[in-house]
Ligand binder design. Structure first.
Ligand code: GLA
Length: 412
């Protein structure tokens, strides 16, 4: 009897070991203890595209501090594509020696000296999207190199991948995840695979995962919103859906939107618990963009510790013109004043009066008898109270403008 029981235990343990070994690839989590709220910072791509130098990165870091953005939580200074030039015979990657004359560690040291964190970019394929060396087959050595340089954030793109099958992509990203874990350094891992199918497994691989193509102009922003709408369930502290980096409103940068659209993007990204990586002219933000990214009433929505991604309550697809409006809501933690953040987006050609009616309000779990306090987080005004049966109506300017409110059961 005892013998049989022992044998059963041994067989059982063996099965557990086999299961762990077989599933280890995707089941093990990144488990780096960071990304408990979405990353905040800056990324060079929408600002500079491929023309980046060490001086640009250091100037960006200086500007973040000078404009007070570090105090608001913008800590990552992320260098995107185009820094890498080649590999030494031993496989170690090296940067463009003209643009980075003192190497990457010197840039990281400078960023750190300002109390900021330093991010870098690579690609899971043979080459990056701009044709620089990728990390395919070099994951372990690259992770060690980044850690030695003092990197705090890694974005890994997907161009020139030998295969775009889902399993292959997951196994490639798990190689980099494990290589980063093995360095012992806390490095935020940002997957860039441009597809919604990363979302259900994203949490096991990284701290965030791109769910759509690049946001370069308004239609691609709408596409990212539509792609992200059904994915809320996959986001939580430690791992976030990433609808791409922010776009500002200054025409001096590579990508830009209208002022209203750039503010809607920032507000909705916060309701969607998305990373907030500024892509505007960081070295000298326009007064409008600086005001946008400095709005602490919006930042607290994005950084809410409950970590629940908002959902589309009313309206449907914007990118195919099915809807000209959307109403989105996100529940917030009691520690943060509770209630919901709600965003009304008007993508029509005319100003519109949009209503979150009784059904919309009941979706947000407000008691039928509650008194709901309304605060406009852009006007910075308290706008009185309503009962659920009265609903909430706002007037929204056209072409991508929005109104964002906090709804609470006591005055904020
Ligand atoms: C891809 C990514 C972008 C950017 C560029 C760089 O397009 O999706 O975010 O990193 O590559 O080449």
């Amino acid at each position: 009897m005892r013998h049989t029981a022992t044998r059963g235990l041994v067989v059982g343990l063996g099965l557990v070991v086999v299961a762990v070994v077989f599933c280890g690839g995707f089941v093990a989590a990144l488990d780096n203890g960071i990304g408990l709220t979405p990353a905040m910072g800056y990324n060079t791509w929408n600002d500079f595209r491929c023309n980046i130098t060490a001086q640009d990165i250091m100037d960006a870091a200086d500007a973040i501090v000078r404009q007070g953005l570090d105090k608001l939580g913008y800590h990552y200074v992320n260098m995107d594509d185009c820094w890498a030039q080649g590999r030494y015979p031993n496989g170690t990657i090296y940067p463009d020696p003209v643009a980075f004359p003192n190497g990457i560690a010197a840039v990281a040291d400078y960023v750190h000296s300002l109390g900021l964190k330093f991010g870098i970019y690579t690609d899971r394929g043979l080459l990056t999207c701009a044709g620089r060396p990728g990390s395919f087959g070099f994951e372990a050595i690259d992770a060690q190199t980044y850690a030695a340089w003092g990197v705090d954030y890694l974005k890994e793109d997907s161009c020139w991948a030998p295969s775009f099958s889902h399993d292959f992509a997951f196994s490639e990203y798990s190689k980099m995840r494990d290589a980063l874990n093995a360095t012992g350094r806390q490095i935020y891992f940002s997957l860039c695979g441009w597809n919604t199918w990363y979302s259900p497994v994203g949490y096991t691989l990284g701290n965030s995962w791109r769910i759509a193509g690049d946001c370069n102009e308004w239609p691609s922003v709408l596409n990212a919103i539509d792609k992200n709408a059904p994915l809320s369930v996959n986001a939580k502290p430690g791992g976030w859906n990433d609808p791409d980096m922010l776009i500002g409103s200054d025409p001096v940068t590579a990508a830009y939107l209208t002022q209203d659209q750039s503010r809607t993007m920032f507000s909705l990204w916060s309701v969607m618990a998305a990373p907030l990586l500024i892509g505007s002219n960081i070295r000298n933000l326009s007064a409008f963009d600086l005001e946008t990214y400095s709005n602490t009433e919006v930042i607290v929505i994005d950084q809410d510790p409950l970590g629940v991604q908002g959902v589309r309550i009313n309206g449907s697809s914007l990118s195919d013109g099915n809807s000209t409006y959307n109403i989105w809501g996100r529940p917030l933690s009691d520690a943060n004043g509770g209630g919901w953040a709600i965003l009304f987006l008007n993508n029509g050609n005319d100003a519109a009066s949009l209503t979150c009616d009784q059904e919309c309000i009941s979706f947000m779990d407000f008691d039928a008898s509650s008194t709901i306090y309304i605060r406009d987080v852009w006007a910075h005004t308290n706008n009185g109270t309503v009962t659920p049966s009265e609903g909430i109506t706002v007037n929204v300017p056209p072409q991508g403008a929005s109104v964002t409110l906090r709804l609470t059961t006591s005055q904020l």
